[in-house]
Ligand binder design. Sequence first.
Ligand SMILES: [Zn+2]
Length: 468
Amino acid sequence: MSTAQQADLLVRNMDWLLTVDPDRRVIRDAAIAVKNGKFAAVGKTAAIDQAWRADRVVDAKGTVGMPGMIDNHLHSSFQLARGLADESNAQSFLFDHMYPYEAVMGEDDVYASVTLAAVEMLRHGVTCYIEPGNYYPDATVRAVMGAGMRMVLATSCFDRNKAVTGLMPDAMIEDTGRCIAKTEELFEKYPGKHEGRLAVSASFRGMNNSSDELILALKGIAQRHNAILQTHACYSYFTHDASVVQYGMPEIERLESLGVLDENMLVLHGGWLEPHEIALLARRKPTIVCCPSSSLHNGYGNFTVGKHPELMALGVNVSLGADHASSGTVDLVQEMRNCVYGYKEIRLNPRLMPPEQAVEMATINGARGAGLADRVGSVAAGKEADLVLFDATVSEWQPLYNPVSNLVYSATGNTVKHVFVGGEQVVRDGRLTRVDENEIMREVVKAGERITGRLNMKKVMKLRWPVE
Ligand SMILES: [Zn+2]
């Protein structure tokens, strides 16, 4: 008599599985069983075959498995800005390129942009991301949930249009009360919906355009809902300098003086820190989100002056973010490589940032940053079954001696084959299962045409060669 237990799904014969579980087990000839959306068992295929059966079985021969990756910072509404903010310093990036772009977007444009972002993230093995906020949260939710991803939602909050860094478009500024009210609305509307795939956060997007009153009010809301509070901070010399001019102190010190720094805070970038701010971060332990391509693309110096390796050594949780398509890639696999390459080179030290550390940043550290460490971020019994399988039969994965090395130093997200969220297959053979990618691409082209019709393209796009 068979004593095998019934599962909903078995994925068996993975060549390698990087679990990122508490013991960081790497399993050869691996299999998982999924029941009710969660991993029920993780182990060798032979052992899982003996103990489990299921109606649905995926043969994963020739693949390397890992937990679904978690992008801790991605402006999904910037996906249509690819190629529109090149060779721009930090100030010009925001005030000459991204804010004008964002100010001309309507709800249908944001929907097209977020849909494209969701397609790109899932195709590259990202199963959950943190949205820093745009002006159309409902369209954002529709697009992301429609594709089958997880997300941490926020709405955009700025309550001061004037900073020493520049003047923001009027369309993006709301008064403090409005920012607070619309953040409250998200917490009333969304928690508990979408099968637990959606969490809500509070976000003041830029410190120099946010009043103390707004920051404190949003912290209060986040605390009441046990949610994370996020903000961009220290992403370049210019946000640092502006904070010192406007508030008499740099950004992390300002957050400390307001009493909002704690483990439920997400500091986006954190690349420009004064020595005492490193000590503050080590004491308060917010998550710092390193955004490699964002800094490398326009030379913001987050590697040159950044302290992410030291912060990790001090016990601070550091995760990864692709930030936006404005810097090209929205692929956390490439961000892992950008991060370790950047720090090894700038510090002239190959020992810095081994690939295992990059994989932790993209998985379990990202889960902590999202406030979801008990639910996702590793392949372990009891966690939600978010699993990515790479096609390890393609050239960039061969020869396959060391799967962690190949993943970080050689592969790209394009080699993702299958992706599961909560045990549901949302990518099959590199294509999304829930949505029609061809239809999405047609809508993206239309949205791009709408946006280029509203923007002064000569100002935002640089193409130095003659176009016929
Ligand atoms: Zn950002």
